[in-house]
Design a protein around this ligand. Sequence first.
Ligand code: ADP
Length: 304
Amino acid sequence: MPKVIVAGSINTDVLTTMRRAPRPGETVSGETVAFGRGGKGLNQGIAAARQGVAVEFIGRVGRDAFGDQALAFLQANGVGTGGVHRTDTATGTAIVMVDAHAENSIVVIPAANGEVSAADLDAVAIAAGDILVSQFEIPRATIAEFFRRGRAAGATTVLNAAPALDDAPDSLWADIDILVVNETELGHFAGVDLASDAAADAVAAAARRLMRRPGQTVVATLGVRGALAVTAEDQVIVPGRKVKAVDTTGAGDCFVGAVAARLALGDTLPQAMGHANVAASIAVTRVGAGDAMPTGAEVLALLA
Ligand code: ADP
């Protein structure tokens, strides 16, 4: 049975609420604090594992309490952590400050995630048919080597090009089989101004600008509007589900992890997108990122 291999980031999210965020040089008193499991890599690995597929993780955490907790969380969800190295650098951390107007200020410190190296990839053997998943929260050179090895081994490579910062080497873009981006990332990497209500044809045209070789697929996630996939010839649209969203953090991660899992389980891409769209619509009804990912049974119950 093919497996999902995620090379990606692991963060602890420190979520704080306060009446208003501090100005430079100022100290304010906060109201609540909570510690969540996050990082796009971890979120996607958990989302995939909860769909019932074997998942192996490649990443780094510090030799600190946050690192212990992240490893325990991955293992409790059945994710293989033989490829997660411990380092003297701290575990990646996101400090999220939410004020009384629900306005966010966020600092993300990559820390150990910034050290994930090509040599770390040796810990997990890639087999033909495996689904490789990564995001832009570990060094680009490591992702490029991961995908180069994956294509050589006959695996399928899935890149979630998030966050939308800088660009990546051409060799990396060419080694992607399935690229997943949200509307912001699509606009950034395609170099176009996309309105949030852009028509499907405009989204598809922008998505096609990201293709570097025949055989690539670009999936654009469109929030409440669902998702759209384009190949050179075809286009598939999965309409969004109407739900009461309470926290959309990690929605895209849930979608990517669930797509990867369903591809490993033998779905076609349109089938996998249908499943992932339902999974992500469940995730947005719950608070948190890694903690909010639904199980395969929860998704299948809604699809039945
Ligand atoms: P990101 O989290 O990366 O910004 P999106 O906002 O596009 O990504 O969301 C990813 C997926 O999550 C969407 O394709 C959709 O399936 C689902 N989703 C996101 N927001 C909602 C929502 N408010 N209601 C229902 N589904 C949603």
